[in-house]
Design a protein around this ligand. Sequence first.
Ligand code: AMP
Length: 193
Amino acid sequence: MKSIVVFCGSSEGVNPVYATKGYEVGVAFSKQDIQLVYGGAKIGVMGKVAQGVLDNGGKVIGVIPIFLRKKEVVHEGLTELIVTQNMHERKLKMHGLSDGIVMLPGGFGTLEEFFEMLTWSQLGLHQYPIGILNTNGFYDSLLKMMHDMVKEGFVKKEYINTIFVDDDIDSLLGKMENYIPLPTPKWINKEQL
Ligand code: AMP
C-alpha cells in the first residue's frame, strides 16, 4: 500500500486518546512511506492524522468539496489540496487516489464514507484492503451489529472477513498488507455507479 484514505471525525471526541491515536496514525504512515488521503481539514481527529504525517516529512493529499472549504477549516500546510464540486466527486477522487481504506473513530460522516467504500468493495468496484482502528473499543458496538447482520443473513460472512480490525495502527497495517482479495464475480468500474 502506497496511499491510504483515512476516514475519521471532524471532531476530537471527549477522550483525548482519539486525537493522540490519530496523530500516531500519521506518524506510522510517514514512517512506512504511505501517503495520506483524507478530507483536508485541520480540525478534529482528521487534523491530527494529517499533522502526524506532515510533522514527520510525509505526504498528505486533502480532498474537500467547495462548500465545506470554510466550514471544515482547511489545513493550509498540505502537500496538495484538491477542491471538488460536491461530496460525490470528493469520495470518487479519494477512492481514485488510494489503494487502501482505514476508518478511525468519528461520527455520521465517517460512517457514511466508510460504508460507501465497503459496499463498493462488495460490488466488486475495488479490491482495496479495509481496516478499522478500534481505539478505546470505540467500534465494539458497530462490530457487534455487523456480526449480527451476518448472523441474521443480511451480510455474507466472506465480506465481513475482509475487514481488518485492530487497536494498534502498525499491527492493522501489517494485516492489511497481507490481504488477499476475494475473487469478484464481475469487475465493474466506477463509471457504472
Ligand atoms: P464526522 O464523522 O461527521 O465528523 O465527519 C467526518 C467527515 O465526513 C468530514 O470530512 C465530513 O465532511 C464528512 N461528511 C460529513 N457528512 C457527510 C455525508 N453526508 N457524506 C459524506 N461525508 C460526510
